[in-house]
Design a protein around this ligand. Sequence first.
Ligand code: 1CP
Length: 334
Amino acid sequence: MTPIEEVIINKKTSLNPIWIMRQAGRYLSEFRKIRKSNPDFIKLCLNSKLAAEITLQPLKRFNLDAAIIFSDILILPYGCNQKVELKKNFGPMLGDLNLDDLSKLTESDFTSKVSPVYEAINLVKNDKLTENKSTIGFVGAPWTLLVYMINKQSPKLSLNNDFFKDKALIQQTLKIIEKFLMVHIKNQINNGAEIIQIFDSWAGLLSDKDLDFYVYNPTYSLVSFVKSLKIPVICFPRNIKNYKKYCEIVKPDVICIDYNVDPLRIEKEISIPVQGGMDPKILLTDKENLKKEAEKYLDIFKNHPYIFNLGHGVLPETDPNLMDYLVKTVKNYQ
Ligand code: 1CP
């Protein structure tokens, strides 16, 4: 069993495994080099050899306990024939949704369109570098994907008032998202993903009255699906106000927390394994502060099954030397 599985399955508290959201990415010069000669981001995600190479880059530098496959949550709308582009200095830009086309899309259409993602997982899983490490597959949560597919760009801080206007569009899109999320998850698992993380990056945008419909119900059903395949599932409902309630309703195997929530409160209120928490901006300060902040999380979760990670993705301006120092600090913690 890998150290992360020991935490999730056997509830071990002495191992302090670590992996980092966005551990492969722009803060690494070797990633920027590949990215420079591959200006089309989606195409890069669908180049299985390069996607596998990028996934393994952080493992060559740091003693991390997991490889998270280099891909994107927006591969799902892409696989559903919605145009997806990543515009420089703007972020993701999606094309119009065509529900007629979408309703005709089959499982095998979807799978063949995004199959290089699965080949990349296979390459990563069979590489010597991931021996005794977990290979993590991921998807966006139904709500977060709905946000991108309807809004067609990042909501940044809030959604337009007319987002919820076309109820029929919302319901049909949500159904299609749920269907292909299951396909995408199953394919990742069949190709070597040993853990699935569900990213609900925009969970914090909803008011309480909308959580049942958009977050709790569809995510619970997805979590149940992953569990039925005997694979652990980590949920990251970023900036959700009530993590305890989320865990009680959605029942993930691990809850990943953001940096705005009080870890002491989480430790008291939640009994399942916890992941993450530290503010990625701490990695932009200095070693002394970094050690202090990392040890704060390790101290709080000393007797709780805990996987070290950040409270959101690593920032592009992060110095890789500080990442190395962070990994060593966590590994040396007693
Ligand atoms: O060179 C570049 O500009 C590409 C930047 C980039 C990268 C490195 C994007 C575009 N996606 C990724 C990879 C990625 N995305 C991974 C790889 C695995 C890893 O190392 O962790 C993962 C897990 C994601 C997940 C993802 N994509 C999320 C959920 C996590 C989060 O950050 O909240 C979201 C919301 C996306 C959409 C997306 N794709 C890319 C960007 C810049 C964004 C976010 C845009 C926004 O703010 O709305």
